[in-house]
Design a protein around this ligand. Structure first.
Ligand code: ATP
Ligand code: MG
Length: 197
Protein backbone atom coordinates (compact mmCIF):
# COMPACT_ATOMS: atom_id res chain seq x y z
CA UNK A 1 0.00 0.00 0.00
CA UNK A 2 1.30 3.49 -0.89
CA UNK A 3 2.02 6.01 1.82
CA UNK A 4 -0.74 8.29 0.52
CA UNK A 5 -3.48 5.64 0.60
CA UNK A 6 -2.32 4.50 4.04
CA UNK A 7 -2.53 8.09 5.26
CA UNK A 8 -6.04 8.67 3.87
CA UNK A 9 -7.30 5.36 5.32
CA UNK A 10 -5.91 6.28 8.73
CA UNK A 11 -7.47 9.76 8.52
CA UNK A 12 -10.88 8.18 7.77
CA UNK A 13 -10.40 5.78 10.70
CA UNK A 14 -9.50 8.65 12.99
CA UNK A 15 -12.67 10.55 11.97
CA UNK A 16 -14.81 7.49 12.83
CA UNK A 17 -13.02 7.02 16.18
CA UNK A 18 -13.29 10.72 17.05
CA UNK A 19 -17.04 10.65 16.37
CA UNK A 20 -17.43 7.59 18.63
CA UNK A 21 -15.38 9.21 21.40
CA UNK A 22 -17.45 12.41 21.15
CA UNK A 23 -20.62 10.33 21.62
CA UNK A 24 -19.43 8.60 24.82
CA UNK A 25 -19.93 11.40 27.31
CA UNK A 26 -21.36 9.67 30.36
CA UNK A 27 -19.19 9.39 33.46
CA UNK A 28 -20.12 6.61 35.84
CA UNK A 29 -18.99 3.32 37.28
CA UNK A 30 -19.44 0.20 35.18
CA UNK A 31 -20.30 -3.42 35.84
CA UNK A 32 -17.89 -5.73 34.02
CA UNK A 33 -18.45 -9.47 33.67
CA UNK A 34 -15.55 -11.74 32.72
CA UNK A 35 -16.79 -15.19 31.79
CA UNK A 36 -15.92 -18.25 29.71
CA UNK A 37 -13.75 -21.34 29.99
CA UNK A 38 -10.41 -19.86 28.97
CA UNK A 39 -7.60 -18.69 31.24
CA UNK A 40 -7.43 -14.98 32.02
CA UNK A 41 -10.56 -13.89 33.93
CA UNK A 42 -9.26 -13.35 37.48
CA UNK A 43 -5.89 -12.10 36.30
CA UNK A 44 -7.62 -9.53 34.07
CA UNK A 45 -9.79 -8.40 36.98
CA UNK A 46 -6.76 -7.96 39.27
CA UNK A 47 -4.86 -6.22 36.49
CA UNK A 48 -7.66 -3.68 36.11
CA UNK A 49 -7.71 -3.26 39.88
CA UNK A 50 -3.98 -2.47 39.78
CA UNK A 51 -4.82 0.21 37.24
CA UNK A 52 -7.33 1.78 39.63
CA UNK A 53 -5.01 1.54 42.62
CA UNK A 54 -2.27 3.15 40.53
CA UNK A 55 -4.53 6.18 40.24
CA UNK A 56 -4.99 6.27 43.99
CA UNK A 57 -8.46 4.72 44.02
CA UNK A 58 -9.59 2.54 46.92
CA UNK A 59 -10.23 -1.08 45.89
CA UNK A 60 -11.67 -4.21 47.48
CA UNK A 61 -11.64 -7.88 46.52
CA UNK A 62 -13.85 -10.70 47.69
CA UNK A 63 -12.85 -14.19 46.63
CA UNK A 64 -16.01 -16.25 46.94
CA UNK A 65 -14.14 -19.48 46.40
CA UNK A 66 -10.86 -20.08 48.10
CA UNK A 67 -8.57 -21.95 45.76
CA UNK A 68 -4.93 -22.14 46.73
CA UNK A 69 -4.08 -20.62 50.09
CA UNK A 70 -1.40 -18.06 49.22
CA UNK A 71 -1.62 -16.92 45.63
CA UNK A 72 0.95 -14.52 44.21
CA UNK A 73 -1.69 -11.84 43.68
CA UNK A 74 -2.78 -12.11 47.30
CA UNK A 75 0.81 -11.85 48.54
CA UNK A 76 1.41 -8.91 46.24
CA UNK A 77 -1.74 -6.90 46.95
CA UNK A 78 -2.51 -7.68 50.60
CA UNK A 79 -0.02 -5.13 51.93
CA UNK A 80 -1.19 -2.39 49.58
CA UNK A 81 -2.77 0.45 51.60
CA UNK A 82 -5.55 1.01 49.04
CA UNK A 83 -6.56 -2.65 48.65
CA UNK A 84 -8.81 -4.60 51.00
CA UNK A 85 -8.44 -8.30 50.07
CA UNK A 86 -10.87 -10.85 51.49
CA UNK A 87 -10.70 -14.59 50.89
CA UNK A 88 -14.08 -15.91 51.98
CA UNK A 89 -14.79 -19.39 50.60
CA UNK A 90 -13.54 -22.46 52.44
CA UNK A 91 -12.45 -24.36 49.39
CA UNK A 92 -13.75 -25.90 46.21
CA UNK A 93 -17.09 -27.60 46.61
CA UNK A 94 -15.81 -30.91 45.36
CA UNK A 95 -13.10 -30.71 47.99
CA UNK A 96 -15.17 -29.60 50.96
CA UNK A 97 -18.28 -31.66 50.15
CA UNK A 98 -20.14 -29.84 52.87
CA UNK A 99 -23.10 -27.90 51.51
CA UNK A 100 -24.13 -26.26 54.80
CA UNK A 101 -20.63 -24.95 55.36
CA UNK A 102 -20.44 -23.63 51.79
CA UNK A 103 -23.81 -21.86 52.08
CA UNK A 104 -22.78 -20.25 55.37
CA UNK A 105 -19.49 -19.08 53.80
CA UNK A 106 -21.33 -17.71 50.75
CA UNK A 107 -23.76 -15.77 52.92
CA UNK A 108 -21.02 -14.34 55.09
CA UNK A 109 -19.16 -13.25 51.95
CA UNK A 110 -22.31 -11.72 50.51
CA UNK A 111 -22.92 -9.70 53.72
CA UNK A 112 -19.48 -8.15 53.29
CA UNK A 113 -20.09 -7.56 49.58
CA UNK A 114 -23.37 -5.81 50.37
CA UNK A 115 -21.59 -3.42 52.75
CA UNK A 116 -18.96 -2.67 50.12
CA UNK A 117 -21.66 -1.96 47.54
CA UNK A 118 -22.91 0.82 49.82
CA UNK A 119 -19.49 2.26 50.54
CA UNK A 120 -18.96 5.49 48.61
CA UNK A 121 -15.23 5.44 49.32
CA UNK A 122 -14.61 2.22 47.32
CA UNK A 123 -13.98 2.86 43.61
CA UNK A 124 -13.27 -0.66 42.42
CA UNK A 125 -14.75 -3.91 43.60
CA UNK A 126 -13.70 -7.35 42.37
CA UNK A 127 -16.03 -10.24 43.15
CA UNK A 128 -13.97 -13.22 42.09
CA UNK A 129 -16.02 -16.36 41.35
CA UNK A 130 -19.24 -14.78 42.56
CA UNK A 131 -21.08 -16.48 39.72
CA UNK A 132 -20.56 -19.95 41.19
CA UNK A 133 -22.71 -18.95 44.17
CA UNK A 134 -25.75 -18.80 41.88
CA UNK A 135 -24.83 -21.87 39.89
CA UNK A 136 -24.74 -24.00 43.04
CA UNK A 137 -27.73 -22.23 44.60
CA UNK A 138 -25.73 -20.83 47.55
CA UNK A 139 -27.05 -17.31 46.94
CA UNK A 140 -30.14 -15.85 45.29
CA UNK A 141 -29.35 -13.62 42.35
CA UNK A 142 -32.17 -11.06 42.85
CA UNK A 143 -30.78 -9.31 45.97
CA UNK A 144 -27.38 -9.21 44.30
CA UNK A 145 -28.85 -7.52 41.22
CA UNK A 146 -30.67 -5.00 43.43
CA UNK A 147 -27.52 -4.17 45.43
CA UNK A 148 -25.51 -3.76 42.21
CA UNK A 149 -28.16 -1.44 40.76
CA UNK A 150 -28.20 0.70 43.91
CA UNK A 151 -24.43 1.00 44.36
CA UNK A 152 -22.66 4.40 44.36
CA UNK A 153 -22.65 5.94 40.88
CA UNK A 154 -18.89 6.07 40.44
CA UNK A 155 -18.24 2.52 41.71
CA UNK A 156 -16.80 -0.03 39.25
CA UNK A 157 -17.50 -3.72 39.80
CA UNK A 158 -15.85 -6.70 38.10
CA UNK A 159 -17.34 -10.17 38.49
CA UNK A 160 -15.52 -13.27 37.28
CA UNK A 161 -16.63 -16.86 36.76
CA UNK A 162 -16.89 -19.39 33.96
CA UNK A 163 -20.67 -19.10 33.79
CA UNK A 164 -22.73 -15.98 34.48
CA UNK A 165 -26.32 -15.74 35.72
CA UNK A 166 -28.56 -14.14 33.08
CA UNK A 167 -29.93 -11.42 35.47
CA UNK A 168 -26.33 -10.24 35.97
CA UNK A 169 -25.78 -10.13 32.22
CA UNK A 170 -28.96 -8.09 31.85
CA UNK A 171 -27.55 -5.25 33.97
CA UNK A 172 -23.86 -5.44 32.94
CA UNK A 173 -22.14 -2.67 30.98
CA UNK A 174 -19.26 -4.76 29.65
CA UNK A 175 -19.19 -8.53 29.14
CA UNK A 176 -16.10 -10.33 27.87
CA UNK A 177 -15.91 -14.02 27.08
CA UNK A 178 -12.48 -15.52 27.64
CA UNK A 179 -12.52 -18.43 25.24
CA UNK A 180 -10.54 -21.60 25.82
CA UNK A 181 -8.63 -22.39 22.66
CA UNK A 182 -5.72 -24.22 24.25
CA UNK A 183 -4.40 -24.65 27.78
CA UNK A 184 -0.98 -25.91 28.83
CA UNK A 185 -2.62 -28.16 31.43
CA UNK A 186 -3.97 -30.36 28.65
CA UNK A 187 -0.47 -30.60 27.22
CA UNK A 188 0.58 -32.07 30.55
CA UNK A 189 2.01 -28.91 32.12
CA UNK A 190 1.23 -28.73 35.82
CA UNK A 191 -0.16 -25.56 37.45
CA UNK A 192 2.77 -23.19 37.86
CA UNK A 193 3.68 -20.67 40.49
CA UNK A 194 3.53 -17.19 38.96
CA UNK A 195 1.22 -18.33 36.15
CA UNK A 196 -1.72 -20.15 37.75
CA UNK A 197 -1.34 -18.98 41.33
P1 ATP B 1 -6.53 -16.78 35.82
O1 ATP B 1 -6.63 -16.72 37.32
O2 ATP B 1 -5.23 -17.39 35.38
O3 ATP B 1 -6.85 -15.47 35.16
P2 ATP B 1 -9.20 -17.71 35.29
O4 ATP B 1 -9.66 -16.85 36.39
O5 ATP B 1 -9.64 -17.35 33.91
O6 ATP B 1 -7.61 -17.84 35.32
P3 ATP B 1 -10.54 -19.94 36.54
O7 ATP B 1 -11.73 -20.47 35.85
O8 ATP B 1 -10.74 -19.07 37.73
O9 ATP B 1 -9.60 -19.22 35.47
O10 ATP B 1 -9.61 -21.16 36.89
C1 ATP B 1 -8.59 -21.05 37.84
C2 ATP B 1 -7.38 -21.83 37.49
O11 ATP B 1 -7.58 -22.79 36.48
C3 ATP B 1 -6.25 -20.96 36.95
O12 ATP B 1 -5.10 -21.36 37.60
C4 ATP B 1 -6.16 -21.24 35.49
O13 ATP B 1 -4.87 -21.20 34.95
C5 ATP B 1 -6.73 -22.60 35.38
N1 ATP B 1 -7.50 -22.67 34.15
C6 ATP B 1 -8.24 -21.69 33.61
N2 ATP B 1 -8.79 -22.09 32.44
C7 ATP B 1 -8.36 -23.35 32.24
C8 ATP B 1 -8.56 -24.32 31.21
N3 ATP B 1 -9.29 -24.03 30.15
N4 ATP B 1 -7.96 -25.54 31.35
C9 ATP B 1 -7.19 -25.81 32.44
N5 ATP B 1 -6.97 -24.96 33.45
C10 ATP B 1 -7.53 -23.73 33.36
MG1 MG C 1 -10.55 -17.13 38.22
Amino acid sequence: MSDVSHQSRMAAKKAVMDAKIAKATEERGVLILLKGNGKGKSSSAFGTMARSAGHGMKCAVIQFIKGRSETGEYKFFKEHPLIDWNVMGHGFTWETQNKEQDIAAAQKAWKLAEQMLQDESIHMLVFDELSYMFKYGYLDVEPVVEALKNRPKHQNVIITGRTMAVPLQDIADTISIVQDERHAFRLGVKAQKGIEF
